[in-house]
Ligand binder design. Structure first.
Ligand code: ATP
Ligand code: MG
Length: 771
C-alpha cells in the first residue's frame, strides 16, 4: 500500500489519508488535486475502507474519467470496469438506463446533443406556428436549459411578463414533445435522474447505501442541480440555503415545495462536524480561480454552501505547483491577481524559472497560423512529441484557419470539441437510421432521414404528416397510416424500409451498422455524389468505431448488478446499440479514431481544463476575442474571462507561447483588434517578444502614448497621413493616428479617438481630415 503514498507532499498525504469525513481541497492549478483524488480512491480501496463498488467519482470530462481508471488499474490489482467513475452526464445516463421504467423513459431512450436539441426546438416552433423571430430557437434553447440546470420544470418557472410566459409555455410543449418521442437532452439527463432519486425512496436508499465515498473533481464548476444531485446521493439532508434568497435558493424552495416527499429532517448535526456516519463522505476538490462555467449556471457559491452544509472543517490547501516552470506560474499568478473576488492563494514551484514566455504579434490570423506551423515544425525537429503540444483558442470558430494551415502543411492534429466525428452530416444520418429502428417515435431522427437519401417526400407531405401526428397526439412514424394519397404511399414505403431493417437488431453491432448504411441507401448515395469519397470513408470509420466500441466498452452502461436491481431483462443486443448511440452523443468529441497517433492537440480553453502539455500555444489573444467582447461590459464577465486565461496559462509545463493578430476573419467579417489586456497583465520581464513589442493599450485611452510613432507601423505613409498625425472624422471626432499599414487602396490606419475609442479605418473608405 505504501507505494501509493510515495511522492506525495505532506498536505497531499494528509488529504489522501483523511479519516472518513467530508473534505474540501481548495487549491490552485497543477497542485495535484486530481492526483490526490485518484490516490485517495486507491487508498480507500486498498485499506479496505470501501469496495470499488462503493465509490462514486465525478470527473469533468470522459477523458479525465478514462485517465483516472487507467491510473487506478496501475495502482491497484483490481478490475476497474464497472466502477462508477465518470461525468455527471455519463453517470446520470447510466442510472437512467438501469431504471428507465421508473424514470418514465423508453428502454432505448435517445440523447439529443446540442444540435439535435436545436433542431427539435425548431420543429416545435414550426408545428405551433410560432414566429421564430420573436422566439429565436437558440434563445429558447438557452432558456430551457437554464431552467433545467436550476432544477425547474416548466410548471415551476415563474413568469413575470408576457414574453417569459410564452417561453414557459413553449418549454412545456418541448417537454411534452421530448417525452412523446422518447428523447432526452443533456440537461434532462441530470434533472430526470435527480427526480428519479428524489421521488423513488427505495431506489434512493439503494444507491445511498451503496456509495460510501463520493469524490468530485473540479467542484467549482458544478451547477445548482449537480450539487443537489450530489447531496441527494450522499444522503445528506436537503436544507435549502440559509445564506439568503439567491436564485438558487428560490429554485430550491420551490422545488422542495412541489416535491412528493415530506420535508427532510434537520441537519445531520451529530456533533461531529464534517463526519459522515450515516451519509456518504463527500470529498470535493476545486479551485475558485478556475471557475469558468458561470455563464452556464455554475455556482462558485456551491463551495461555500458545501463547507457550511456538510460542516466541513477540513479545508486542505495545496500550494506547491508540480506542473509548470516558474515563469509560467508567475505569469498565471500575476494575471489572476487582478481579480477581486478570490478566496486567495498563491502557487509556488521549485522547478526553476525555465524559459521566458514567448509572445508573437501577427499582421493577420493567416500569418499567426503560418507562424504556429513553423514553430511546431521546429519543436518536432527538437524532439517534442506532437501530442505534448496544445493549440488553444477562446472560441471554436478560430480553429478553422489553424486547421487549414496545419492540414496544408501535413501536420497531424486532432480537434477536441468543434465539429466532431459524430457530428458530421453523414454520421448523423446513419445514427438517425439506427435511432429510428431502435425507437420509431424519435421524431428528430425521423425528420432527419425521412427524405434522405431523397425519396420524393417533400415539405408538403411532411406537413400533412405533422398535422396528422398532432391531431392523433402521436409520433410522426405512428401517424403515417393517416396520410392519404401519393404522399401517404411514399411515407408508407419509408415505414416499410425502417421495418425491414429492424430484424438486423439481432446482429452484432458492427454488422447492424453496416447493414443499415447499406439498406438505407446512404452508401449508394455517397458513392454517386461527386465529393462523396470522404463521407464514405467516414461511414467506414463509423463501422470501425462500432467494432472497437464493442471490443472495448460494449455494454458497460448496463452492469448486471444494475439490471438485476430493476428486475428487467435488458436485452443484450439492443443494450449494445443503446450504449453505442449514447457514446456517440456523450463522448463524441473526446476520443476520435486513431487516438494513439502522435497528433497536435487543438481545443478551446474550456475543454483544456484539467489537462497539461509540455508546450502550449495560446492564440488569438485579442481584445474582443479574449477577453470576449460580450464579457467586458461588467466586472463579473471580465473576471470569468480572466480565470479562463489563468486556466490557459497553467496548462503549460515547459513552454508557453502567446500570440495575437491585428486582423482576423471571423464569422465572415474582418476584425481589427488590439492585443489582449491579459498580455499587459504579465510582468514584462517574464516575456520574450518574438516580434517588436506591441504598443500599449488601446482599451485605456493613453493619448500621450499615441504621439510616439509606432515602432511597428509597417508603412511610412498611408495616403499622405503619418503616424502621430492629428486627424478629424465626421462621426468619431478628433483623434491621432497611432498605427498604419498596407498601401494604396489597402492602406489603413489605427486612430485613437479618445473617448470614442480606438479604431482601424480603411483610408479608401473613411474620410479623414488631416489637422
Ligand atoms: P488542475 O487545477 O489544472 O486540474 P491539479 O491540481 O488537478 O491541476 P494535477 O493534474 O493533479 O493538478 O497535478 C499536476 C501535475 O503535477 C501532474 O502531472 C501530477 O502528476 C504532478 N504532481 C502532483 N503532485 C505531485 C507530487 N507530489 N510530486 C510530483 N508530481 C506531482
Ligand atoms: Mg485537476
Amino acid at each position: 500500500m505504501n507505494h501509493l503514498l510515495e511522492n506525495l507532499n505532506p498536505e497531499q498525504l494528509a488529504a489522501v489519508t483523511l479519516p472518513p469525513q467530508h473534505a474540501l481541497i481548495l487549491a490552485g492549478a497543477g497542485s495535484g488535486k486530481t492526483r490526490v483524488l485518484t490516490t485517495r480512491i486507491a487508498w480507500l480501496i486498498s485499506t479496505r475502507q470501501v469496495t470499488p463498488q462503493g465509490i462514486l467519482a465525478v470527473t469533468f470530462t470522459n477523458k479525465a474519467a478514462k485517465e483516472m481508471l487507467a491510473r487506478l488499474s496501475a495502482l491497484l490489482p483490481i478490475n476497474t470496469r464497472g466502477m462508477w467513475i465518470g461525468t455527471f452526464h455519463g453517470l446520470c445516463n447510466r442510472l437512467l438506463r438501469a431504471h428507465y421504467r421508473d424514470a418514465g423513459l423508453p428502454q432505448l431512450f435517445q440523447i439529443l446533443d446540442i444540435a439535435d436539441q436545436q433542431a427539435a426546438i425548431k420543429r416545435l416552433l414550426k408545428a405551433l406556428n410560432v414566429d421564430d423571430e420573436k422566439f429565436p430557437p437558440r434563445d429558447l434553447q438557452h432558456f430551457i436549459n437554464a431552467q433545467k440546470e436550476q432544477g425547474l420544470r416548466s410548471a415551476a418557472v415563474e413568469a413575470w411578463d408576457d414574453h417569459t410566459r410564452r417561453r414557459v409555455e413553449l418549454y412545456a410543449a418541448y417537454e411534452q414533445q421530448c417525452q412523446r418521442e422518447g428523447v432526452v437532452d443533456f440537461a434532462e439527463l441530470l434533472l430526470r435522474c435527480y427526480e428519479l432519486l428524489e421521488r423513488n425512496e427505495p431506489l434512493r436508499r439503494h444507491y445511498q447505501e451503496r456509495f460510501r465515498h463520493i469524490l468530485v473533481d473540479e467542484f467549482q464548476d458544478t451547477n445548482i442541480l449537480q450539487y443537489r444531485w450530489l447531496k441527494l446521493l450522499a444522503g445528506h439532508a436537503e436544507r435549502g440555503r440559509a445564506a439568503g434568497p439567491s436564485q438558487g435558493a428560490a429554485a430550491l424552495s420551490m422545488e422542495a415545495a412541489s416535491a412528493a416527499e415530506p420535508p427532510s429532517p434537520p441537519p445531520l448535526g451529530r456533533g461531529m462536524g464534517g463526519g459522515c456516519m450515516e451519509c456518504a463522505c463527500m470529498f470535493a476538490v476545486g479551485d475558485d480561480d478556475q471557475s469558468i462555467y458561470g455563464f452556464r449556471g455554475a455556482e462558485i457559491g456551491n463551495m461555500r454552501d458545501f463547507e457550511r452544509e456538510f460542516q466541513v472543517d477540513n479545508i486542505i490547501r495545496l500550494e506547491q505547483n508540480y506542473r509548470s516552470h516558474g515563469n509560467i506560474l508567475d505569469a498565471a499568478n500575476a494575471i489572476i491577481k487582478n481579480n477581486e473576488k478570490r478566496l486567495g492563494k498563491n502557487l509556488w514551484t521549485d522547478a526553476g524559472s525555465g524559459e521566458p514566455i514567448r509572445v508573437f504579434e501577427a499582421m493577420s490570423d493567416g500569418e499567426e497560423a503560418r507562424w504556429i506551423v513553423e514553430e511546431v515544425r521546429a519543436l518536432s525537429r527538437d524532439g517534442h512529441a506532437r501530442r505534448e503540444i496544445a493549440l488553444l483558442y477562446r472560441s471554436n470558430a478560430q480553429s478553422r484557419i489553424l486547421e487549414h494551415s496545419l492540414f496544408s502543411a501535413g501536420i497531424p492534429y486532432r480537434v477536441y470539441g468543434g465539429l466532431r466525428f459524430f457530428e458530421r452530416q453523414e454520421i448523423k444520418h446513419a445514427l438517425a437510421y439506427l435511432r429510428l429502428i431502435a425507437n420509431s417515435d424519435d421524431d428528430t431522427a425521423f425528420a432527419r432521414v425521412v427524405n434522405f437519401p431523397a425519396r420524393g417526400i417533400g415539405a408538403r407531405s411532411i406537413e400533412a404528416l405533422q398535422d396528422a401526428a398532432r391531431a392523433a397526439g402521436s409520433s410522426l412514424f405512428a401517424a403515417i397510416p393517416q396520410v392519404p394519397g401519393k404522399a401517404g404511399a411514399s411515407l408508407a414505403a419509408f415505414a416499410a424500409l425502417i421495418e425491414s431493417m429492424r430484424p438486423a437488431l439481432d446482429l452484432p453491432l458492427p454488422e447492424l451498422v453496416d447493414h443499415v448504411v447499406e439498406l438505407s441507401g446512404l452508401r449508394l448515395h455517397y458513392l454517386n455524389e461527386k465529393e462523396g469519397q470522404e463521407r464514405l470513408a467516414n461511414l467506414d470509420e463509423l463501422l470501425n468505431a462500432a467494432t472497437s466500441f464493442v471490443a472495448e466498452e460494449g455494454r458497460e452502461v448496463m452492469e448486471p448488478e444494475e439490471a438485476e436491481s430493476t428486475g428487467e431483462p435488458t436485452g443484450e443486443l439492443s443494450a449494445d446499440l443503446a450504449a453505442f448511440l449514447t457514446h456517440a452523443a456523450l463522448e463524441a468529441g473526446e476520443h476520435q479514431a486513431g487516438e494513439g497517433d502522435d497528433a497536435l492537440q487543438l481545443m478551446t480553453v474550456h475543454s483544456a481544463k484539467g489537462l497539461e502539455f509540455n508546450v502550449v500555444f495560446m492564440s488569438g489573444l485579442e481584445e474582443g476575442l479574449f477577453p470576449h467582447e460580450n464579457s467586458v461590459q461588467e466586472a463579473k464577465g471580465l473576471e470569468e474571462e480572466r480565470r479562463l486565461m489563468y486556466v490557459a496559462v497553467t496548462r503549460a509545463r515547459q513552454r508557453l507561447y502567446l500570440s495575437f493578430a491585428q486582423t482576423r476573419m471571423l464569422h465572415g467579417q474582418t476584425r481589427y483588434s488590439l492585443p489582449s489586456r491579459f498580455i499587459d497583465e504579465i510582468p514584462g520581464e517574464l516575456l520574450k517578444w518574438l516580434t517588436p513589442k506591441a504598443k500599449k493599450g488601446g482599451y485605456a485611452y493613453e493619448v500621450a502614448d499615441a504621439f510616439t510613432p509606432s515602432p511597428r507601423s509597417r508603412v511610412s505613409s498611408g495616403g499622405g497621413l503619418r503616424v502621430g498625425q492629428n486627424v478629424a472624422h465626421a462621426r468619431f471626432g478628433q483623434g491621432v493616428i497611432v498605427n498604419a499599414e498596407g498601401s494604396g487602396s489597402d492602406a489603413r490606419v489605427q486612430v485613437n479617438f479618445g473617448p470614442a475609442g480606438m479604431k482601424w479605418l480603411a483610408l479608401s473608405v473613411a474620410k479623414l481630415e488631416a489637422l
